[in-house]
Design a protein around this ligand. Structure first.
Ligand SMILES: [Zn+2]
Ligand SMILES: [Zn+2]
Length: 993
């Protein structure tokens, strides 16, 4: 009997046939077009408007190049949580952000224009240069938008925010004015790391993030002759020879032991622990504690330079001196080093500042003047040698700060910069950080650690493209901070007309002058632009119109959620938004942050184009598929670095293919059976144990997904979905195949179709936020094609809700036990080397636990079918027969498998093996599932006997009209093989319809 009689009449296909593999590339491009035409995103926003809000704040991406594949990681989190909330009906802003201003853009524009220094910019014209910077930002924000759309991100792209906007810039003015009102803004002299090429100071946070490289420099041992002791010198060591020009002190540790050592005809002073520096040919004259050296005066190594005239050089005490390297005596140049500067201040040492903005020596340095500090080392050595002060030069490898934008080695330079005083804010910001839920939890400690140790915030940069710091400083020393455009207009005494109509950027805003209340002069803005983290830090306020629409701001502030890469952001964006929000509103601007680690290449190294292991976004999307890539991100533990590449993608593709195959299976048989799932009517009693089990698993999964996504944990959801797909495929579908294509009772068949359909459709809605394309594709085919009332995009559906009454945890637990028992049975078969197709007479199960075995009885059919045994018996373990059984056990069961074969069992095994071979032949010959065939089996003995005994079964399974033992007149496919060592030749031919 075969109920697929409909195959004889012309078929109406309900669903589009499903190809063997998903073509991710084709699907995503087709779906992108579908969304564009259907404007589903805007309809989703409109549908949710006015509902309870989910407030997400996008950390702005720097619009200075195409985005990298590591951005796609973060964007996947941003997109999937917003999509999830949207499917729950939350009203959202969906606003993307672009970071626009700052040195990073300037450096790239300089490269484009072939500029070498700031002089080139000034020659070109600051106005034209700034316009070029704006153009670059707009160009790359468009490219990044396209890339984001390609990976499936839904945002209100026409409403992205730009940190170069007037609203953003003027909001920072307001913030700085507030800082000034609280007495926090000051101009300070400090020694800062300085990039000579970029002509700007590099802030602490920039150095801490990515500013070091392993470099080798010449280190030099130099003699500083003592003034009152002829023939006696301090032996000093430095790795930055050019700074010797500005030496004003030598530091020793008060508690270290120093020695006077005779070497040839001179006496050298150094730490006892560093005597090895002198070689072996010396004699120690005396040991001296460091504290006794304090105050000794010496002749500096470059006393002849004009800048050194009148400077007194002396030994000072310093707790930070160590005897681990060098000589235990540290050369101090307070104008060339941060610690030197602080120590010099404390000890009253003279400060000599040798370098100009471009890293060359300024006037007063004789033969050094005009030369670049990084290049003078050989001449310094030669000069010292000629003066008899050089002791030795050697190579020294250390971590040295470099410019994070252009890679040039930094120098330390005495500068005037503008700062926000952080000490008065430190505790308040720490309190704000404590209000936040940090995922992972260690984020709080990292942030607090930074906040505890941060120095004052250096907000100025001597550059062109950036926030125009609204600080106006008069020659007489008076300064003020302007808080708004209106205030500037009111206070302007000149130049307003040249500024009006322009954005608040250089050079236009520099035209405006205000009056000095102290001396009456017309005062200009300082030339500096702002640190770009001010730009990104104000966005919780600027994007919610804090200044222009306070009610709107109140509706959207503070934000529920942000997610960014952890490394770096503690000192950057997290810090900036926490600090600025604390000043303005004394609270954190966000409630929860999800941090994630760093992306590396599959080989564990950084991704680098030159190493051939970098992957571009477009490449990943086209080759791997956006959905696959997003699944790779979603299933990853965000705390760990992600090793990303096509191999990882391949593994995920395989997992997803299992699901695709289930979908394909459903469509194939539903089309044959002309099933319209919407019309299926199923009574609870129609559901089998397996139906109820998989529906329970499904509803448990829905419950878990909601619970975990509410907690911003998508990894648990992705992994649980993978488990579910595995269960659905290897247990539910495999155990139920026959219900879909055999002469099942109508009600039983309907229950199977109903159950599988429900699983697939619920599952695609469940993972739609993670894999927006393929789920849309399946939805269109499975749901829209037969249900005109369904929303016309999966993303307009509501997120599935668990049906609690379908959840039966007891059933799920028992099925787990059953599957464990079944794998013991399979292991016993393997041990006996008997294939599952060979039926066996019985399996005897003994339970180790004392409890009842009755719970297992309802599962007996499933177990017998799965293991292909006739009878399942129960026994106490001491009742198991001693021989004739293959024994397997685990912590719950002992089982014995009876492997003795009757002829009938053997014949059935043969028949099953033959059916499998013929099915394969049908498949390779390209027959349709419903094609009927003529079948010839040329064999004798056991095989012939088996075929005669099971001919009905064989005909039914292979759709053979008849079985003959003679050759066919002609055939479509032939195969010769052996079953149980007996040869057989099989011919098949497709029958005319
Ligand atoms: Zn630089
Ligand atoms: Zn003045």
């Amino acid at each position: 009997m075969d109920n697929r009689v409909s195959s004889n009449s012309p078929q109406k296909t309900v669903f589009q046939p499903v190809p063997a593999q998903p073509d991710y590339h084709e699907i995503q491009h087709r779906i992108l077009k579908f969304w564009e035409q259907g404007r589903h995103f805007y309809r989703l926003m409109a549908r949710n408007r006015g509902n309870p809000k989910f407030k997400f704040l996008d950390g702005p991406i720097t619009a200075n190049g195409p985005m990298g594949v590591h951005h796609a990681w973060g964007r996947t989190y941003k997109d999937l949580f917003q999509r999830y909330k949207a499917m729950q009906g939350f009203d959202q802003r969906f606003q993307n952000g672009f970071d626009c201003q700052g040195l990073w853009v300037e450096v790239e524009v300089e490269k484009e224009l072939g500029f070498k220094s700031k002089r080139d910019i000034e020659k070109f014209g600051i106005d034209r240069f700034v316009e070029k910077c704006k153009e670059r930002v707009l160009r790359f924000s468009r490219i990044q938008t396209q890339q984001s759309i390609l990976i499936g991100q839904w945002m209100d792209w026409e409403n992205s925010y730009y940190t170069m906007s007037e609203e953003n810039n003027y909001s920072i003015w307001y913030f700085l004015k507030e800082c000034h009102r609280r007495g926090l803004i000051y101009e300070g002299t400090d020694v800062m790391p300085w990039c000579a090429r970029c002509g700007t100071a590099i802030s602490d946070m920039e150095i801490a993030t990515e500013g070091y490289r392993e470099l080798t420099h010449p280190a030099v041992y130099v003699k500083f002759p003592l003034i009152e002791r002829e023939g006696e010198s301090l032996l000093v060591w430095t790795t930055t020879p050019w700074t010797l020009s500005s030496n004003t002190g030598a530091a020793v540790h008060p508690d270290l032991t120093y020695v006077r050592a005779k070497l040839g005809d001179e006496v050298l002073i150094l730490a006892q622990d560093r005597l090895a520096v002198l070689g072996t040919d010396f004699r120690v004259l005396e040991e001296v504690p460091g504290s006794e050296l304090a105050g000794l005066k010496y002749r500096g190594p470059f006393d002849e330079l004009p800048a050194q005239q009148g400077v007194e050089h002396r030994v000072v005490l310093w707790e930070d001196v160590s005897a681990n390297e060098g000589t235990g005596i540290v050369h101090i140049a307070p104008g060339c080093g941060k610690e030197d500067f602080l120590l010099g201040k404390e000890q009253g040492l003279a400060v000599i500042a040798p370098l100009l903005e471009d890293g060359t020596f300024q006037e007063g340095f004789d033969w050094l003047t005009g030369r670049f500090a990084g290049e003078v080392a050989p001449d310094i050595f030669e000069n010292l040698r000629s003066k008899g002060l050089l002791f030795r030069v050697e190579d020294y490898t250390h971590r040295y700060p470099v410019c994070w934008r252009c890679g040039q080695e930094l120098v330390f330079r005495l500068v005037d910069e503008w700062f926000i005083r952080m000490d008065p804010l430190r505790e308040e910001i720490m309190n704000s950080a404590r209000q936040v839920r940090w995922i992972p939890e260690f984020g709080l400690d990292r942030e607090l650690d930074w906040l505890r140790n941060m120095s004052d915030w250096c907000i100025s940069k001597k550059r062109y493209w950036g926030l125009a710091l609204p600080i106006f400083k008069c020659r007489c020393g008076w300064f003020d901070v302007i808080g708004s455009r209106d205030e500037l207009r009111q206070r302007a005494v000149a130049g307003w007309e040249r500024f009006e109509g322009h954005t608040p950027h250089r050079p236009w805003v520099d035209e405006v002058k205000i009056a000095c209340p102290q001396c009456g002069s017309a005062v200009s803005r300082i030339k500096d632009v702002g640190n770009p983290w001010l730009d990104a830090g104000i966005v919780p306020f600027s994007t919610t119109h804090y200044l222009s629409d306070r009610q709107y701001w109140q509706e959207w502030f503070p934000f529920d959620f942000i997610t960014e890469s952890f490394p770096g952001q503690f000192r950057n964006w997290f810090y900036a938004i926490l600090a600025m929000s604390t000043v303005l509103e004394r609270c954190s601007p966000f409630k929860t942050v999800l941090g994630y680690a760093t992306m590396k290449a599959e080989d564990g190294r950084e991704m680098h184009k030159s190493w051939g292991n970098a992957i571009e976004v477009e490449e990943a999307v086209e080759k791997m598929g956006a959905d696959v890539m997003r699944w790779v991100f979603a299933r990853h533990n965000p705390v760990q670095n992600l090793l990303f590449g096509f191999k990882v993608g391949q593994e995920v593709r395989r997992k997803l293919l299992t699901f695709w195959n289930i979908y394909g299976f459903f469509v194939t048989y539903a089309n044959i059976d002309q099933i319209n799932p919407v019309k299926l009517r199923v009574e609870p009693d129609d559901l089998t144990l397996l139906d109820r089990w998989i529906l329970s698993r499904l509803n448990s999964l829905v419950k878990l997904a909601r619970n975990r996504l509410d907690d911003y944990d998508c990894m648990s959801v992705a992994l649980a979905v993978e488990d579910f797909i595995e269960d659905l495929s290897t247990w539910y579908v495999r155990r139920n195949r026959r219900r879909f294509w055999k002469s099942a009772e109508d009600r039983d068949k309907a229950a199977a179709y109903y159950t599988l359909y429900h699983c697939i459709v619920t599952l695609i809605k469940l993972v739609a936020p993670i894999m927006p394309f393929i789920t849309e594709d399946i939805y269109q085919n499975l749901v829209r094609s037969c249900d005109a009332d369904a929303p016309d995009s999966i993303h307009l559906c509501f997120y599935p809700e668990p049906d609690e009454k379908m959840i039966d945890l007891e059933l799920e637990r028992e099925m787990k036990m059953v599957r464990a028992l079944v794998s013991l049975g399979h292991a016993a078969r393997e041990k006996a080397q008997i294939k599952v197709r060979q039926p066996l007479s019985r399996m005897i199960v003994s339970m180790k636990s004392a409890g009842s075995r009755d719970w297992l009885l309802p599962y007996a059919d499933i177990i017998r079918d799965e293991l292909n045994i006739r009878e399942l018996q129960f026994a106490d373990s001491d009742e198991l027969p001693g021989s004739g059984l293959i024994i397997q056990e685990d912590e719950d069961y002992v089982i014995g498998l009876d492997t003795s074969l009757t002829p009938e069992l053997e014949y059935e095994g043969i028949a099953r093996e033959l059916v499998r071979k013929i099915q394969n032949m049908r498949k390779s010959a390209g027959f349709e599932v419903v094609d009927r065939i003529a079948l010839s089996c040329q064999c004798s003995g056991k095989l012939e006997a088996a075929i005669r005994m099971f001919s009905d079964y064989i005909r039914q399974e292979t759709l053979a009209q008849d079985i003959t033992f003679a050759p066919l007149v002609d055939y479509d496919s032939v195969a010769e093989f052996a079953i149980n060592n007996c040869p057989i030749r099989v011919e098949i031919k497709r029958e005319r319809k």
